[in-house]
Write a protein that binds this ligand. Structure first.
Ligand code: VIB
Length: 221
């Protein structure tokens, strides 16, 4: 399966995500709440664009199965993942005003830009490949850490989100779709799909690092 080839190519990057201090400390419950707060604020920016990217992908494709699935996922995300963020904001006392004032950090900006670049200059298949690590990596995190109980209720709730049957089903659907598109793609397009998948995988890793170190722009923003 083409998806397995991509997963193998991304193995080191994904392992670095599982081993990252942000994830390890989140699981142990020792992660500074400030780092999680920072993550949530940046992730809210990311999620808004990630959701929009599904709408753009639906508009870009002529394949009805791709169109309807991306629109359904977008709807689910707007009602699910993004609603969950609002709950977390409440728990941590993050106001709408604080979110509005938050400056998007370099890695979040770059990750989102990669999605848009694929949607504008790439193909439907390379765009889907860019979206896939988001589903698949988080699902693996949910499964990998399903046995642990983080002493921090908020962190535990976050881990549990990605181990739900519905989430597993969404991830599976995106993987199946990618394999379906890879079957009819040329060798050149398959290479571009792999590259797009790996770029997103690297940005997923950068996202933990950004949150862990409180990444900022170097011109005083
Ligand atoms: C940087 C970043 N990458 C992946 C996810 C996880 N995620 C975001 S939307 C979505 C699909 C449906 O819920 C999933 C799995 C995240 N939150 N932030």
């Amino acid at each position: 399966m083409f998806s397995e080839e991509l997963r193998e190519a991304a193995a080191e990057l994904w392992q670095a995500s599982f081993d990252h201090g942000f994830i390890q400390e989140l699981v142990a419950g020792t992660l500074e709440e400030g780092a999680f707060r920072y993550y949530l604020l940046q992730d809210c920016y990311y999620l808004t664009h990630f959701s929009d990217a599904h709408g753009l992908l639906a508009a870009k494709t002529t394949d009805e199965s791709v169109r309807s699935s991306q629109l359904a996922l977008k709807k689910g995300m707007d009602e699910g993942e993004i609603a969950i963020r609002e709950r977390y904001f409440k728990w941590l006392g993050i106001t709408q005003e604080e979110y509005q004032k938050t400056v998007v950090a370099p890695s979040a900006y770059q990750y989102v830009n990669h999605l848009y670049r694929q949607l504008t200059t790439g193909t439907v298949a390379t765009s889907l490949a860019a979206l896939l690590p988001c589903y698949w990596l988080y699902h693996e995190i949910g499964v990998r850490f399903r046995e642990v109980t983080s002493p921090n209720r908020l962190y535990q709730d976050w881990i549990n989100t990605y181990d739900s049957p519905a989430f597993a089903e969404n991830t599976r659907r995106q993987i199946d779709l990618l394999n379906h598109l890879a079957e009819v793609a040329s060798e050149e397009e398959r290479l571009a799909m792999k590259e797009s998948f790996l770029i997103s995988s690297q940005y997923e890793l950068a996202f933990w690092d950004m949150s862990y170190t409180g990444e900022t722009w170097q011109f005083g923003r």
